[in-house]
Design a protein around this ligand. Structure first.
Ligand code: PMV
Length: 330
């Protein structure tokens, strides 16, 4: 089964002529219960379900306009066709061209500060799918948009929504049951602090890193059960607004994911000395009674989790953090 087959199945009977322009907006997200490992590389089908929180106003706006030939813009600036951003966008747009000669003027404005070192692919692909839905007038439900965004990158399936979202692993070969859904639970005091520690290039991208982990880490066999148990705990903690339970589980889940990477051969370690120092500062603050937790993805930076009343205490320890209120999209 190829990506194109999934696209055709979803778009069957929908309009195939584009309108004048399409626009889409989507937030970035960070996983509290991680996605790590695919059961199908082509369709980005995951081994386990995952659960995320969106980053509110931090995300991407994409505009797509039919044109004679392709052109690409990032934050208003033209991007050459051989740039990785343009190549990834063109390959994704290929799935949706009414005929191979249809070109697009593709323009994305990313509200994620580049310096924050956050993956922008999730909001990028999700906003692209929403822009295509608008351009062609497909009238797709969020669930179908989530499936299409997943074909771009797995975590993009969760960026179709604001707030907490769960991406169901599903079991079908064609992935039609592997989509994200919103949890429809808010938590007005919930805060995320982005702690940028290093702008060194990553040693390896998440796609090959996941693949190598699944293929070579004996420890990976322990991951699915841990991930599933953590997901249930996270859901219960969100339901009851039990912040320490949520924080402990998210932090432990991130550490377990990184443990599988460290057990990969050769090892994958995204941490820098500054990452470890920051972890220890978080633990020391917790010893002193501050309910502060962290999560980490495929990079050296920490994302801190805390509640609004502790905002200034957290800022005293980490003055440089960017604080996000995921439930304020104004
Ligand atoms: O969606 P991808 O291929 O960029 O992979 C994301 C992997 C993690 O960020 C480490 C975990 C996650 O669930 O977002």
């Amino acid at each position: 089964m190829k990506k194109q087959d999934v696209v055709e199945a979803i778009l069957k009977g929908r309009p195939s002529s584009p309108g004048e322009a399409g626009r889409g907006t989507a937030p970035a997200n960070i996983a509290l219960g991680k996605y790590w490992g695919k059961r199908n590389e082509e369709l980005n089908l995951p081994v386990t379900s995952s659960l995320s929180i969106s980053l509110g106003e931090l995300g991407a706006d994409t505009e797509i306009v039919p044109a004679e030939t392709d052109s690409f813009y990032l934050n208003g600036d033209p991007v050459p066709a051989d740039d990785p951003f343009a190549r990834r966008a063109a390959a994704f747009l290929d799935l949706f061209r009414p005929d191979p000669s249809t070109g697009f003027r593709f323009s994305t404005v990313s509200r994620i500060p580049v310096a924050a070192g956050l993956a922008s692919s999730a909001s990028g692909f999700a906003s692209t799918v929403l822009a295509l839905n608008d351009l062609f007038g497909w009238g797709l439900e969020p669930r179908a948009c989530s499936i299409l965004a997943r074909l771009g990158s797995g975590s993009a399936s969760r960026s179709v929504y604001h707030g907490f979202a769960q991406w169901h692993a599903g079991g079908a070969e064609d992935g039609m049951d592997s989509f994200a859904e919103p949890l429809n639970r808010d938590w007005p005091d919930f805060r995320i602090g982005i702690l940028e520690l290093s702008d060194k290039p990553k040693p390896i991208g998440s796609r090959p890193a996941m693949q190598r982990t699944v293929e070579t880490a004996e420890l990976y066999a322990a991951w699915p059960a841990q991930a599933n148990a953590d997901l249930e705990t996270l859901r219960a903690a969100i339901e009851t607004r039990d912040f320490p339970r949520l924080g402990e589980t998210a932090e432990g889940n991130a550490m377990a994911m990184h443990a599988t990477m460290i057990a990969t051969r050769p090892a994958i370690l995204y941490w820098q000395p500054e990452s470890v120092a920051a972890m220890q500062e978080v633990w020391a603050a917790r010893e002193d009674g501050l309910p502060l937790y962290f999560t980490m993805d495929a990079g050296p930076n920490l994302k801190l989790l805390f509640l609004q009343p502790d905002r200034s205490a957290v800022r005293d320890i980490f003055p440089e953090i960017k604080i996000i209120n995921p439930f304020d999209q104004s």
